[in-house]
Design a protein around this ligand. Sequence first.
Ligand code: COA
Ligand code: AMP
Length: 632
Amino acid sequence: MVMSNYRDSYAHSLEKPAEFWLDAAANVSWSTPPHHAIDSSRAPLYGWFPDGVLNTSYNALDRHVEAGRGDQEALIYDSAMLGIQRRYSYSELTDLVARFAGVLRSHGVGTGDRVVIYMPMIPEAAIAMLATARLGAVHSVVFGGFAPRELAARIRDAAPTAVVTASGGVEPSRRIEYLPAVGEALTLAGAEDVPVLVKARDGFAATVADHAGWLDWDAEMSTAVPAAPVDVKATDPLYILYTSGTTGTPKGVVRDNGGHAVALRWTMENIYDVGPGDVMWTASDVGWVVGHSYIVYGPLLAGATTVMYEGKPVGTPDAGAFWRVIEDHQVNVLFTAPTALRAIRKADPEADLLERHNTSSLRTLFAAGERLDTDTFHWARRVLGVPVVDHWWQTETGWAICANPRGLDDLPIRAGSPSVPMPGFRLTIVDGEGKEVEAGTEGNIVLGLPLPPGTLQTLWGNDGRYVSSYLQAFEGYYATGDSGYRDEEGYLYVMGRTDDIINVAGHRLSTGAMEQVIGKHPAVAECAVVGLADSLKGQRPSGYVVLKSGVDLPEEILEKELIALVRRDIGAVADFKHVTVVEALPKTRSGKILRKTMREIADGDEFVIPSTIEDAGVLNQLVAALRPAARE
Ligand code: COA
Ligand code: AMP
C-alpha cells in the first residue's frame, strides 16, 4: 500500500499495526522474513516480528557491498580535537567489522554474550558495536564521561564476556585516561578476569602493557580471522543502553534486533529524508541513544554516509566548527542538541563565522535531547536558512515519538513544538488519575501499548522494574515521564520531566544518584539536588544540604569536597558545581523531599508553603538560598 502523507500513515499504523510494520519490514534484509508482526504472548511485554531472523550488522554493511555500493563512503571520522579526517568505504568498514568480530570471537564472545564498550568518539567505537552485533552478541556502550563507579555499575549488571576500550578521550582542557578508570571499574565490579581490548591512541600515559593480560586492538586485528554475520531472532537483544532513572541505579534499556532495524530504516526515509548517497551528521556521542541510532545504526542501515565528529561546537577551534564540518563533508542533514546551538550562538551571536563556509549542502537541521527553546529555534532558522526540526524522544523509545516527518509530508513547523506523533505511538495526555485531558491542558504524556517496533523490550534482567517504572502508573499505557499538552491540531508541547531526572547539556542525569553520593559525606545529614534553569545547558544541578548537628565545617570547604565527590563517583559531565547549606529542606509529612517546590521557589514561581517548615526564618533562608542560584 502506498502511503502518501502523514495523516494516512499515522492512521494506518494505529488501525492496522501488523500490516503497517510488515510493509516497513520489507526494507530490511532477513534470513527468514517475518510473517507475524506483534508477539503479545508476554503482554504487557510485547515483542516484534517473532518469526523473523536476521543480522543487524549484515543489514548495516554487507548488504550495501553486495548491492554494488562497496566503494561508497560509509563513515567519515573528523576529529577537530586532533585535526584528523579519515574516510571508510562500505567495503573497508565491513572488512574491519568482520575482523574485529573475529577478535571478539577468539576471546570467547558468542551469541547472546555481552560486550561493554567504553570508548571516545573514534571509528573503533562504531566498529566494536557493529562487530558485537555481527556475532549476535549484545553491546553495552558506556559514555566516556562517566566515572569508574558508574562504569562498574554497568559492568556488574551486564556481566560482559569482554570489555573494549581505548587509551582515552581528548577534551579541550585535558586528556582523559581511560585505562586506569577501566581497571578501577573492573576491580569495583569484581570482574578483573574479563578480557580487555584496548585501541591505543598517541599521547596517553597508560598503555596496554601496564595491565597483565589486556590485549592490543591492532595486534589482535593483524591476525584476526573475519567472522560472518550470525543469524539471530528478531526478538534477540542487540544492545543494552543504561540510562538514568529516578534512583541511583541505572536502567538497562534493552533493544531488539528486528524491530530496531525496521523502525530505524523507516525513520531514515520518512523523518530525516536520508538515503544512499546522502551524508548525515549527528553531533552527539556513541554513549547516548542519539549516537546509537543516528551516528551508527540509522545512517548505515539506510546505506547513507555518517559523520563521526570528535570535537565540540565551540572552542575546537571556534564557533565555526559545525559549519566547517558541513562544508568539508557536504553534510545534508545535521542532528544536534539545542545546547550546542546555544553555545554557538553565545560565542558568535550573528553567526559571522558562517560566512567563511559554504553550507549549501545542508537541507535540514534536526534537534533533540532537550526542549528546543523558541529563541534558539528562530536563531538557527534565520542564520542557516533551512528547516529546523525539533523532535522528541528518549533512550527508551530509540527513535522519535514526535517529529515533523520531512520525507513523508510537508507539515508546518511550529516553534516550541516537536510536532506530531510518529506511526505506532498512540500518544495521549492524561491527568494524575489517568483520565484524558482536553487540548491545551497540561498533563502526563503517555503512550498506548504496544509501543511500535524499535522501542525498549524490557530492562536488562529485570522485567519487574520495567513494569513498575513505566507500565504501572497508568494502566494500558507506557508513562514517558514527561509532561506536556497538545494544541487543537494535535501538535505536542513538551514542558519537562515529572520525575527527578534532569537534563544537563542534553545529558540525562539522575538527581537521586547525585544525592546518594552527597549523602555519603560525613557532615551531611540530608540533601536535595534540583535542576535549575540554565541559559546554556538547559538545566544545571544545584545541591542543598542540611548539616549534621554539631558539624563545624566552612561552607566553601564542604562545597569543594562535595563537588569532588560527585565528579569522582558520577563524572565531570554532571557539571555539579553549586552547593548551599540550608537549615531545613521542604518535605511531605511522610518525609519525601519536595523537589518540585524547590524548583518553583528557585524559578520564582508561586509555590505552596511546605507544611513541614513551620519557622518563617527557616523558610526565608531556604528561599534566599534557592533564588540567587537561579539567577546566576
Ligand atoms: N569524556 C570525559 N569527560 C567529558 C566528556 C567525555 N566524553 N564529555 C564531557 N566531559 C567533561 C568535560 O571535559 C567537562 O569537564 P570539566 O568540568 O573538567 O571542564 C565536563 O564534562 C562538562 O563538559 P560539557 O558538558 O562538554 O560542558 P562544557 O561547559 O565543556 O561545554 C557545551 C558546553 C554546550 C559546548 C557542551 O556541553 C556540548 O557540546 N554539549 C552538547 C552535548 C551533546 O551533544 N549532547 C547530545 C546528547 S543527544
Ligand atoms: P534521553 O533518554 O537521554 O534521550 O533523554 C530523554 C528525555 O530528554 C526526554 O524524556 C525529555 O525529557 C528530554 N527530551 C528529549 N528530546 C526532547 C525534545 N525534543 N523536547 C523536549 N524534551 C526532550
